[in-house]
Write a protein that binds this ligand. Structure first.
Ligand SMILES: [Zn+2]
Length: 352
């Protein structure tokens, strides 16, 4: 059985001058213990999480957008905010090192109070940011603290946070393979790799609008009740996490690796195979236990792996067995093949 740590336990440890980082990482922390740990500036783990909670720090209840500027400034410079600023810089470096951002592209935001978010500034490479570059904004995008001007794309992040109350952090970048799908207007197919099904699910495409406009944010925000990662047509990708900023970043790695793998598979000269709808159902069960929503949970088996764009003509009917007795779910899908080949050709010809 797991140890339960209450606020009284934490107070006792602080009173005795004990080390907060000595608290067990696998314990269950009560909400008031979590608040106390956060207010005490630790222990904040590898992914900016309060130890043992399995989730990122809860947005602060002590400040809001209407707090005095002195209070906001104090909050902005607190140890807790400094840790999150450092985490944003680290995620920025990882985005840049993996070539998910180019020039000054990409932006990152973390919800730090019900109506406040910490975010990256405008006109800076995400690979070379410093904690003091970060900005504090309210959910309308008004800057509340920070020397540099906030990113112009913050409106989209804030619209996601307003539309999806569970969104604790958002990441936007331009990874080339996933962005290639967004340029071709093709939603990545499903039932090919377990990782993306469990941690992301289907990835829709929001129509193109000028970056930074409220309309762009609106079109993305419309999709975030059902999807944690969205392709933005002719632009890039945005993801949100109910945990923390590292988890939002992981969605980028997972999606980009997936899009790259699909394109590699499409060029190997062999029919691409999918796993079966019942196998997807097993993955969705795992997803449910992880608390990650997916609109496909509860769908009939025959409705899974049914992607009209990749498998045109597939209808929700009992699977038929071919002459060879081979299950259609693992059989090569000629329409998928043709489409993947067409996209591959399109992308390759564009690269020349
Ligand atoms: Zn962008």
């Amino acid at each position: 059985m797991k140890t339960v740590i209450s606020a009284r336990d934490v107070e006792e440890l602080i009173r005795k001058g004990g080390d907060l980082s000595s608290l067990p990482a696998d314990a269950v922390y009560t909400p008031s213990a979590r608040d106390l740990l956060r207010d005490s500036g630790g222990p904040v783990g590898r992914s900016g999480t309060v130890a043992g909670t399995g989730a990122g720090p809860s947005p602060s209840k002590s400040v809001s957008a209407s707090s005095s500027s002195a209070d906001l400034e104090r909050f902005f410079n607190s140890p807790e905010m400094t840790a999150l600023k450092q985490k944003i810089c680290e995620i920025g470096q990882r985005l840049w090192q993996r070539a998910y951002v180019d020039g000054n592209g990409g932006n990152i935001a973390i919800r730090v109070a019900d109506d406040l978010a910490l975010c990256t500034p405008t006109l800076i490479s995400k690979g070379f940011m410093k904690p003091e570059d970060m900005c504090l904004v309210d959910l309308e995008g008004n800057q509340k603290a920070g020397i540099k001007k906030r990113t112009s794309e913050i409106l989209m992040h804030l619209q996601i946070m307003k539309a999806q109350p569970k969104a604790k952090a958002t990441v936007h970048c331009h990874p080339p393979y996933a962005t290639g799908f967004a340029v071709a207007g093709v939603e990545p197919p499903s039932c090919m790799i377990p990782e993306i099904e469990v941690f992301i699910g289907k990835v829709p495409i929001a129509p193109y609008r000028t970056p930074g406009t409220p309309e762009m944010g609106h079109l993305v925000a419309e999709l975030v009740d059902k999807h944690n990662t969205v392709l933005m047509a002719n632009h890039g990708v945005v993801s949100w996490s109910h945990n923390d900023v590292e988890d939002a970043y992981f969605k980028m790695e997972i999606l980009e690796a997936y899009c790259r793998t699909v394109l590699v598979a499409a060029q190997l000269g062999q029919p691409m195979k999918t796993f079966s709808p019942s196998q997807l159902q097993d993955l969705l069960k795992i997803k449910q236990t992880l608390g990650i929503p997916d609109p496909r949970i509860g769908l009939k088996e025959c409705e899974l792996c049914d992607n009209a764009e990749w498998r045109p003509g597939v209808t929700c009917a009992l699977p038929e067995r071919g002459a060879t007795g081979e299950s259609p779910s693992v059989a090569p899908d000629p329409s998928t093949e043709a489409l993947v080949q067409a996209i591959t050709d399109q992308i390759l010809s564009g690269a020349r």
